[in-house]
Design a protein. Structure first.
Length: 406
């Protein structure tokens, strides 16, 4: 190579190199050139008997990428590399497919773009081949996008790691992301959140956790399957009527609602309600039930409730302690905690003179931290004759048997 140390640049500029903003190497005239790199430094490769001095021609601190895809070779038939050293990670053989047009069910056509057919080959595969073990098929396809060939802003995007999302009419409709641990129906601007007036789901929505909404949820029908209570931790505002065959509602203050009936007079209904309140107060005084704070009657003329015949009926409200999960209360079945249940039944009979053997849906709540068990149903309780110990034990046994506690 020439020594330019004492020569003018003007007469030797072709021997100088320049690098463009895009990283292309050219000579002084701007013509692209090929680089022939000759090393001058040696390094030691291997160890022991296999140790050897190797001339180093190039050191890189990043990936080496060709311009374009599938256009250039590493070595040639006449100039192959001697040895190829790679780590235990796999060698991946990639066949880049062209834009494909596929026909789906119904006759619609879709464009599948940028398909990669990847075969992996690693050290374990080499070891298996040496042992005569056949390789398992491991080719997989990575497709960037499936596009409607007529309306190109309809597509399914698959090019992100552990993520698939669907775009319809230029709007993000559905997004599944494993890394971020979410499933989104509609994305941020300019996605589905800006489509108006509403999103419509055909069929049922089932949730085993919480459903949160920053706006209003509208439904033609809202009901509980009956296996647990419905809790409302804020005000419940009703502009129309609410119909209940029977039962009660639990809100943030545990507002129990007792629904009247056309077959009963107001006096009969009030007598039943006050009997239930009296029984629960007895239990609450012995720390066996939620405390009642106040109660009252709403007459038919002011009622919002209907019976099974769709007739407006009076109702009775009872405001009591709310046995919330935040405070440690949990709905339980008595036979799941037999020791606590047996103790509860004994105290209920001996301290209040009550038993509950007619209620088909008794509800019990247990607080593990406080080690307390409460029953919240007293409408079907009855008095137990405690004139002697035998009568008391008979009442205890009857309720124990009713709750299937061994």
């Amino acid at each position: 190579m020439g020594d330019l140390g004492s020569k003018k640049i003007g007469s030797n500029y072709q021997r100088l190199l320049q690098i463009s903003a895009s990283g292309m190497v050219a000579d002084g005239t701007g013509s692209l050139v090929s680089l022939n790199i000759s090393g001058s430094e040696y390094y030691t490769s291997g160890s022991g008997d296999g140790e050897q001095e190797v001339l180093k021609g190039l050191t890189v601190t990043g990936a080496i990428l060709p311009e374009g895809s599938g256009s250039w070779d590493l070595g040639s038939e006449d100039h192959p590399f001697k040895d190829l050293y790679i780590s235990s990670a796999s060698m991946k053989l990639i066949n880049v497919g062209q834009l494909a047009r596929v026909k789906a069910l119904g006759g619609e056509h879709y464009n599948v773009s940028k398909s990669l057919y990847i075969s992996e080959f690693n050290k374990e595969d080499v070891d298996n081949l040496k042992k005569g073990i056949s390789l398992k098929p491991d080719r997989y396809t990575q497709t960037a996008r499936v596009v409607d060939h007529i309306q190109t802003d309809n597509y399914m995007h698959l090019n992100s790691s552990d993520r698939i999302y669907f775009n319809v009419g230029g709007k993000g409709m559905f997004d599944l992301d494993q890394d971020e641990n979410y499933i989104k129906y509609g994305l941020a601007s300019p996605y589905l959140g800006y489509i108006s007036p509403q999103h419509i789901f055909e069929g049922n929505i089932t949730a085993s956790g919480d459903i949160s909404a920053s706006g209003t949820i509208y439904a033609d029908k809202f009901e509980s399957p009956g296996s647990s209570s419905v809790s409302i931790n804020d005000n419940l505002i009703v502009s129309g009527n609410i119909s209940f065959p029977d039962g009660y509602i639990l809100g943030s203050r545990s507002n129990q609602i007792l629904i009247g009936s056309q077959s009963k007079t107001d006096e009969e209904f009030i007598t039943e309600c006050k009997k239930e309140i009296d029984f629960q107060m007895r239990a609450a005084n012995e720390d066996l039930a939620p405390t009642i704070y106040f109660h009252g009657m709403i007459e038919q003329s002011s009622s919002i409730f209907r019976d099974r015949d769709n007739s407006i009926v009076p109702y009775y409200y009872i405001v009591m302690d709310y046995l919330s999960e935040k405070k440690g209360w949990k709905y339980v079945f008595p036979d799941d905690i037999p020791e606590h249940s047996l103790k509860y039944i004994y105290n209920l009979v001996k301290k209040t003179g009550l038993i509950n053997i007619k209620d088909p849906d008794m509800h019990f709540y247990f607080n593990h931290k406080l080690q307390k068990l409460y029953m919240i149903d007293y409408g079907n309780c009855e008095e137990c004759d405690l004139k002697n110990e035998d009568n008391a034990m008979n009442c205890i046994n009857r309720m124990t048997k009713r709750l299937h506690i061994n």
